[in-house]
Design a protein around this ligand. Structure first.
Ligand code: ADP
Ligand code: MG
Length: 254
């Protein structure tokens, strides 16, 4: 782990009318770390994730990904550079099989026509087989292999969370943005999901994670960034945050 900053937001602002969702925040995401994003509801965490991912453009400020300014780059360009996000509410494709949910994350990029794919011939076929192999490996790893041919809509809430994580990992991202990855699942699955995220971290994945369950945040995240009312209140380890009275009264005591 070299602690290099892979993703950085500098003084970003995003207002919705009069709502100052993100009001001048700076965030650094370092290689190999799980950076936690905590704070009360409405603090601006999801908005921050959308700004980092590119589904929202900041009113002002800059975002740098792997040393390149991506402030106005769309999500798919950031995804090509290795930045993949998940959502607070699962967005699996219910009308597709579990396997296809993984395969569509690695289908030909914009600009690649059927024509060019056809003339790539054998090479294309070989790549597709590799992707299938990777998809099955991930379904196995996330405990979904038995469901490979089921429609994703038939999965339980917890399985949809696992699928969402597998989908995010499928294209071999450099950085994962996870918005409340264990929201709404039962306690045993929370442990399961946390274990998967921990394993990704231990394999060297760089992760940004919005999470409410402080036990999970404490176990997985360092540093932890505390947001409140669109600003960054403090950041550091959970132990250091507990020393900060403003943080405790804004969130930790809550
Ligand atoms: P968090 O994820 O920390 O709960 P959000 O980033 O979702 O907070 O929201 C921050 C504030 O911005 C909230 O007051 C929310 O209502 C508002 N907000 C978020 N998205 C939108 C939107 N698309 N349009 C208008 N207001 C929004
Ligand atoms: Mg949110």
């Amino acid at each position: 782990m070299n602690d290099e900053v892979l993703l950085e937001a500098t003084n970003v602002r995003k207002w919705f009318g009069g709502v100052r969702a993100v009001d001048g925040c700076s965030v650094q995401v370092r290689a190999g770390h799980v950076t936690g994003l905590i704070g009360p509801n409405g603090a601006g965490k999801s908005t921050m994730v959308s700004l980092l991912a590119g589904s929202l453009k900041p009113d002002s400020g800059t975002i740098t990904l792997l040393g390149k300014d991506v402030t106005t780059a769309p999500t798919w360009k950031r995804a090509r550079r290795g930045l993949i996000r998940t959502f607070q509410v699962s967005r699996e494709l219910g009308h597709m099989t579990v396997l296809d949910n993984l395969m569509v994350t690695v289908t030909p990029q914009p600009g690649e026509t059927l024509f060019s794919a056809f003339f790539r011939g054998r090479e294309w076929h070989r790549q597709e087989l590799q992707m299938l192999e990777r998809a099955y490996m991930l379904l196995e790893r996330f405990g979904l292999a038995k469901m490979a041919d089921e429609y994703a809509s038939t999965l339980s809430g917890g399985q949809k969370r696992l699928l969402e994580l597998a989908r995010a990992v499928m294209p071999e991202p450099k950085i994962l943005l996870l918005d409340e990855p264990v929201a709404g699942v039962n306690p045993s699955l929370v442990r399961d999901l946390a274990g998967h995220i921990e394993r990704l971290r231990d394999e060297g994945m760089t992760i940004v994670m919005v999470e409410h369950e402080l036990a999970i945040v404490e176990r997985l995240c360092d540093p932890i960034i505390v947001m409140a009312q669109g600003t960054v209140l403090d950041q550091g380890t959970m132990a250091s945050l507990r020393e900060n009275e403003a943080v405790v009264s804004a969130y930790l005591a809550g």
